[in-house]
Design a binder for this molecule. Structure first.
Ligand code: COA
Length: 195
């Protein structure tokens, strides 16, 4: 049979669409689980948080728009373009978001996105969740290279990257347009074999 490309796909198409998005356990009863329609108020609240608006460029104008975004997460898993989890406390309440955007199964890459509501910050959850979704992406999904990018003006995110084992590869100049103008961004990455 004649193949379209001399380079094999890193991950065969269908590996995500053919399975349910898993629940990933963290320590102390915390877990990463798919977003649900009744988490819409949490997503709406995140869109009102100044820091999340700034660094994640998240704009959610209403709980209805939040519901639509949650529905879109489900469609994007099915389309194998994104894998986004709610960071949930032991009582089940969503307090953050983490996951993969820009998934390229053929090329074996993806870029992480995360935020926590203010009350959940400072307890190590972001680092643990980053490690957990990274293991899932490398071991379970089979990606090869994971990117973590953040504005150079966001030291908290830089610390998360370092503590989760991502190597700082360089600074991309004028790479991200934020509300206050263009920001340089750090490119960190984790590749198969790093951890
Ligand atoms: C980035 C974010 C998810 C980190 O969450 P967190 O709960 O503080 O993360 P953790 O507790 O797992 O650990 C973060 C580390 O960063 C450090 N840190 C937190 N805020 C910091 C700051 N402003 N400057 C420097 N370091 C900071 C913490 O001290 C900790 O390091 P330590 O354990 O060595 O003390 C959270 O701050 C957040 O949601 N921010 C707003 C949205 C955002 O920035 N998203 C990322 C876009 S790239």
């Amino acid at each position: 049979m004649i193949s379209d490309s001399p380079i094999p796909h890193v991950v065969p198409a269908g590996r995500m669409a053919g399975s349910e998005q898993p629940v990933l356990a963290l320590s102390d009863g915390w877990e990463l689980r798919p977003w649900q329609a009744d988490d819409a108020d949490v997503l709406f609240a995140a869109g009102q948080d100044g820091t999340i608006r700034l660094w994640n460029r998240l704009l959610v104008n209403s709980p209805e728009e939040a519901r639509q975004r949650i529905e879109r997460m489900r469609r994007r898993w099915q389309a194998e373009l994104a894998a986004i989890w709610a960071v949930a406390r032991p009582d089940g309440a969503a307090v953050g978001l983490i996951g993969w955007g820009d998934i390229d199964l053929q090329g074996g890459g993806a870029e992480i996105v995360y935020w926590l509501l203010p009350a959940a910050r400072g307890a190590g959850v972001a680092v643990e969740a980053t490690r957990r979704v990274s293991r899932w992406a490398l071991d379970d999904l089979g990606l090869h290279r994971l990117r973590l990018c953040h504005s150079t003006a966001n030291p908290a995110s830089c610390r998360v990257a370092d503590k989760a084992g991502y190597t700082l590869e360089g600074t991309q100049r004028s790479a991200l347009l934020h509300a206050d103008g263009w920001h340089d961004q750090h490119l960190h990455a984790l590749v198969q074999g790093d951890i």
